[in-house]
Design a protein around this ligand. Structure first.
Ligand SMILES: [Mn+2]
Length: 267
């Protein structure tokens, strides 16, 4: 993987960004999603991607250019090629790394600013499907959020927006709660416990940094929930219009694309 540029600070003037859920290396989805973003709001130049990216950069650069998107900031997920990523992440500790014209990989954790808002990105999650995966082929222990990463993230202090791949365990998003309950019934006990302890790490982070908005992927369902102090947005996965939302930075309100926006049907 080529390192084209590194940055210790990112501070963008953008007034809105796109939020994009799990991609899973689905180029067909990039080809669909980026033009849909342009049709919906051609002025938005930045995509914040919420993990399970594992995507070839060449088609991303191609479609980003066509869609007027300058950058994709990737919060890593669990399904990522950590075998390839680990060396250059450890060689560039704490730095955002640009690996193509548009694609930036964010370290765990990373703090940045957009439109006057403070963001904290913390990638990683524990896979619920490890029983079908092979270590160092399509699964790496590096996927898991570590105590040190959470401590590091907390040391940044409060932020406006938290970006994680993993969901909180104490989630107000009903769609996510339903998935967690189904999964903990379906998966092996040890797996259910380790996925829960991964979510509890996110709970700990949320309690410490008190974001007004928390956006995550991973559960492959879209939904929004609110608590007395924060708004939680779960994004869907590739081919789901519920994996794309425009975030207005003045109001911190998201608006999801609709099926017609994505599949470009006549209304
Ligand atoms: Mn996923």
């Amino acid at each position: 993987m080529d390192v084209l540029e590194v940055a210790s600070e990112i501070d963008l003037p953008d007034r809105a960004v796109w939020l994009l859920g799990d991609v899973h290396g689905n180029t067909r989805w990039i080809q669909r999603a980026f033009p849909a973003m342009k049709r919906s709001d051609p002025d938005v130049r930045t995509v914040l991607q919420l993990g399970d990216w594992w995507q070839d950069t060449r088609p991303v650069d191609h479609w980003a250019k066509i869609a007027g998107i300058d950058r994709v900031l990737v919060t890593l997920g669990n399904h990522e090629p950590y075998g390839t990523l680990a060396p250059f992440l450890s060689e560039n500790p704490g730095l955002a790394v640009r690996i193509s014209r548009a694609v930036w990989i964010l370290p765990r954790p990373f703090r940045f600013r957009v439109g006057g808002r403070s963001f904290l990105s913390l990638g990683g999650a524990t896979s619920a499907d490890i029983e079908w995966r092979t270590e160092d082929v399509d699964w790496w222990p590096d996927e898991a959020i570590t105590d040190a990463e959470v401590r590091d993230a907390i040391s940044f202090g409060p932020v406006d927006v938290l970006l994680t791949h993993e969901s909180p365990d104490a989630t107000p998003v009903l769609e996510v709660r339903r998935v967690i309950e189904e999964r903990s019934g379906a998966s092996e006990r040890g797996v259910a416990e380790s996925t829960r302890s991964s979510r509890l790490m996110v709970d700990r982070l949320v309690e410490a940094i008190r974001p007004a908005l928390h956006v995550h992927g991973h559960l492959h369902v879209s939904g929004v929930g609110v608590t007395s102090t924060r708004r939680v947005v779960s994004l869907g996965r590739d081919l789901d219009p519920g994996s794309i939302a425009r975030l207005d930075l003045a109001s911190l309100k998201e608006s999801f694309l609709q099926a017609d926006d994505v599949w470009h049907k006549r209304r």
